[in-house]
Design a protein. Structure first.
Length: 116
């Protein structure tokens, strides 16, 4: 009985801390959009996937613009109009850009969004 209670307590604590971290990561991803940062990427780009993975499930809240067009080798007009040449490219409200997958601390520094 004691073992069962301990196992349940461990799982409950793990769930609580994972949920708390996810809520903070959701807030970070949303903040990036509020600060007008944008990530341009393509579904076929492995570096874009690396960047998305840093957000985990919270990437759904990140300010993402898809440049790839499924079934075509063309690039979405919004990306060519923005002058995007490499993926991923982050564009910030001050007009600066960084190409490639980056650690979240760089995104926090560029936007002022607090890290989870």
């Amino acid at each position: 009985m004691v073992v069962a209670v301990a196992v349940v307590a461990i799982f409950a604590a793990g769930y609580y801390f994972a949920h708390k971290r996810n809520a903070r990561m959701d807030a970070f991803a949303k903040c990036l959009g509020e600060k007008q940062a944008k990530m341009y990427g393509a579904f076929w780009c492995p570096h874009c996937q690396d960047q998305k993975d840093k957000f985990g499930t919270s990437f759904e809240f990140a300010p993402y613009i898809e440049c790839g067009i499924k079934g075509s080798q063309a690039i979405a007009a919004v990306c060519t109009e923005a002058g995007i040449k490499r993926y991923p490219t982050w564009v910030f409200s001050d007009g600066t850009r960084v190409e490639g997958a980056h650690e979240l601390d760089l995104l926090a520094d560029k936007t002022g969004c607090p890290l989870p």
